[in-house]
Design a protein around this ligand. Structure first.
Ligand code: GLP
Length: 250
């Protein structure tokens, strides 16, 4: 694993954008695995600005997102399809037909999961998977449990995730309690992984994921077994690692 330390959220976002740009420049027809949440917003903003300057071209890029809430329409402000359009796709020259997010409105959720698994197997898989991390160590919406979910599936959100994401909704009751998520096996099959971590409230998840045992109780800990993971974490997120290891880890 490679670790880049950033001073703060802005630096983390810029470094993350550097890494994604390098992927797009080296392989213009790459498949990016993309993530939602507040963490990658600054990175998407930076990518848009480099696109506007003419330094990046997304015309051949494909994207496959990690997850989507069950029951939200694509034009719902809280759906992850809306988030991706609003934070990236509407501002760069990616062909929307080449962008994929699970359909949370599918009548047959299992059929939708199967369709998504088919998509992941096509075209040689994901070149670079961008990830954020939940406060409980979840990636995508793979919540802590007794086993790792392998492929795309429908999961029940844990209370920790409901509490963390309720800020986007009018109330916890107004938010979906289920989501479709890419599974751990699919994430692990990505050729490279870029994990962005910012803020004190992620310090415990970051420490447990990479300085603790590999366990489904901390889903991101499985990333210790991937041979091409880059973490970009800011100082606040690294606080517990520094404290437990007794020195600033670089
Ligand atoms: C959601 C998403 C994850 C994301 C996590 C953290 O649960 N499904 O992909 O990593 O939130 O979000 P944030 O970056 O807002 O802390």
């Amino acid at each position: 694993m490679k670790l880049y330390r950033a001073e703060n959220y802005e630096h983390m976002s810029r470094k993350g954008a550097n890494i994604v740009s390098a992927q797009v420049i080296m392989k213009p027809d790459c498949t990016l695995g993309l993530a939602t949440g507040s963490t990658p917003v600054g990175m998407y903003r930076q990518l848009i600005s480099w696109y506007e300057k003419g330094d990046l071209d997304f015309s051949e890029v494909r994207s496959i997102n990690l997850d989507e809430y069950v029951g939200l329409k694509p034009d719902d402000k809280n759906s992850y399809r809306y988030f991706m359009n609003d934070n990236l796709f509407d501002h760069v020259n990616i062909d929307k037909a080449n962008t994929h997010v699970p359909n949370g409105m599918a009548g047959d959720i299992q059929a939708e999961c199967d369709r998504y698994n088919g998509l992941l197997r096509q075209n040689g898989g994901i070149d670079m998977q961008v990830l954020g991390i939940g406060r409980n160590g979840h990636i995508g919406f793979n919540e802590p449990g007794d086993a790792f979910e392998k492929e795309t599936c429908c999961i029940a959100l844990t209370q920790s995730t409901l509490d963390a994401n309720a800020r986007y909704f009018d109330s916890v009751d107004a938010m979906p309690h289920k989501a479709i998520t890419m599974g751990i096996k699919s994430i692990m099959q990505s050729k490279s992984i870029l994990l962005l971590v910012s803020g004190e409230n992620k310090a415990e998840a970051l420490y447990n994921s990479f300085w603790g045992p590999v366990t489904p109780k901390v889903p991101a800990s499985i990333l210790q077994l991937h041979n091409n993971v880059t973490i970009v974490a800011d100082d606040a997120a690294m606080a517990l690692v520094d404290k437990k290891t007794g020195q600033p880890v670089r």
